[in-house]
Design a protein around this ligand. Structure first.
Ligand code: FE2
Length: 431
């Protein structure tokens, strides 16, 4: 096997062991629906195998279906999340057997595939990148489900580098064009393509994500009670839902606490805020006299190397993330404290853009100029329009295999069970 094939095989192994770890629980916990927003964990588990069967075995490998009768159950478009518990889904033991059977055949296809094949699914191993990233994304979803379940003891925690206080609050990004998106990352999704020139005026952007301490000051200042800071829709949502703080926060004896994977602990004030909706992020920004960055501003600040005239794959360069660069891959089940990654700074001096928390941007999710859906419309295109806001940068739960400067995520502006935070920006004064 070539080195590249070996690397793909080891990525497949790594992501599968991750999925199996998150589903090492009593059957009852796996088949239960913990929130109408989420699938039962055992649905996610069989779904990643079914997706792998569909794309690697059938579409790229030309094999006949193993279990065509279950396709509809695991098609995310045919079965909304709320309906999934009532379907005849595979039980935990059967789901594990099914995905293992698929995986064995996937390795055979990998062994035989020619990466120079002009078919776009096979070229550069795209279809393997597709299923590896897809499974990591479901693993992150499973973590959000486990967080909602409030079950203790199921999610591993670990150590992170300490906070680094001080340093400038904002960094300056001069006016000028940059190349947004990519034509060269072989495993980039359709929505990251094509690369295109975007010319931006100068702006300031926060060096770090907004922290819990700053966010608590917004709460204490009555931010949730003042409609001036909220959009009309945001205010209506806040009132209807009775929201007064980030999801999973409670006030106990005058101090903020949070519940994290079934444990209640004081809110660490020097960590990026997490579990806020787009509406909350947007209201905070207005209260602070700022705004959310546009998606283009976020991407330029993250990776545009103006001197070299090219975008970096990550803020620090093109080499893979390490322990000193970013909080990715579920090293600990939380964001790292503010300032923990000076070596991971971007070309303009921003920090913690990759990892820690997904960051809301002010931009609706849409296709770039010249967008072409691939390999199917339901990956991105059906979500374009004014229903979803773009999120960038990945969280502590995102894997390095499924994150880069150009990676785009999206969700409804009301969503807060995902690992989301934000940073602020503002226009620069005209020179
Ligand atoms: Fe999926």
């Amino acid at each position: 096997m070539s080195d590249f094939k070996e690397r793909i095989a080891s990525e497949l192994l790594a992501v599968r062991s991750r999925s199996l770890t998150y589903t090492e629980a009593e059957d009852d916990l796996l088949v239960r629906q913990h929130s109408p927003l989420m699938s039962p964990l055992v649905w996610d588990l069989a779904h990643v195998g079914n997706y792998e069967e569909l794309w690697v075995l059938r579409e790229a490998g030309g094999l006949t279906p193993l279990r065509p009768e279950i396709d509809d159950i695991y098609d995310a478009f045919k079965t909304p999340r709320k309906d999934r518990p009532s379907l005849p889904i595979l039980g935990p033991a059967e789901a594990r057997r099914y995905i293992e059977g698929v995986r064995g055949r996937v390795l055979d296809v990998l062994d035989a595939v020619d990466f120079d094949d002009p078919a776009p699914l096979r070229r550069d191993g795209f279809v393997f990148g597709l299923v590896i990233q897809h499974e990591h994304q479901h693993d992150e979803t499973m973590l959000a489900t486990l967080q909602l379940s409030k079950e203790p003891g199921l999610v591993r925690d670990g150590r992170l580098p300490p906070a680094r206080p001080g340093g400038p609050a904002e960094v300056y990004v001069p006016a000028g064009p940059f190349l947004m998106g990519t034509d060269t990352q072989p495993w980039a999704y359709d929505n990251e393509r094509p690369a295109h020139r975007v010319d931006l005026p100068a702006y300031w952007i926060d060096r770090l994500p907004v922290g819990n301490g700053a966010y608590a000051a917004f709460i204490e200042d009555g931010g949730y009670h003042d409609p001036r800071w909220w959009t009309g829709e945001g205010w209506e949502w806040r009132q209807r839902q009775g929201v007064f703080a980030p999801l999973f926060w409670t006030k106990d004896g005058g101090a903020w606490h949070r519940t994290r994977f079934g444990r209640t602990e004081p809110v660490p004030m020097d960590e990026p805020v997490q579990h806020v909706s787009w509406y909350e992020a947007d209201a905070y920004a207005r209260w602070a006299g700022r705004r959310l960055p546009t998606e283009a501003e976020w991407e330029k600040a993250c990776g545009w190397d103006a001197g070299a005239g090219r975008a970096r794959k990550y803020p620090w360069g093109d080499h893979e993330p390490t322990l000193e660069l970013a909080n990715l891959g579920h090293r600990a089940a939380r964001p790292a404290p503010l300032g923990a990654y000076p070596a991971g700074a971007g070309p303009y001096g921003t920090e913690q853009m990759i990892g820690d928390v997904w960051e809301w941007t002010g931009t609706w999710f849409d296709g770039y100029p010249g967008f072409r859906s691939f390999p199917y419309r339901e990956y991105s295109e059906v979500f374009f329009g004014r229903d979803h806001r773009v999120l960038r940068g990945g969280s502590w739960a995102a894997d390095p295999a499924a994150i880069r400067t150009t990676f785009r995520n999206w969700d409804h502006p009301i969503r807060r069970q995902i690992f989301t935070g934000f940073r602020c920006a503002r226009d620069a004064e005209p020179a």
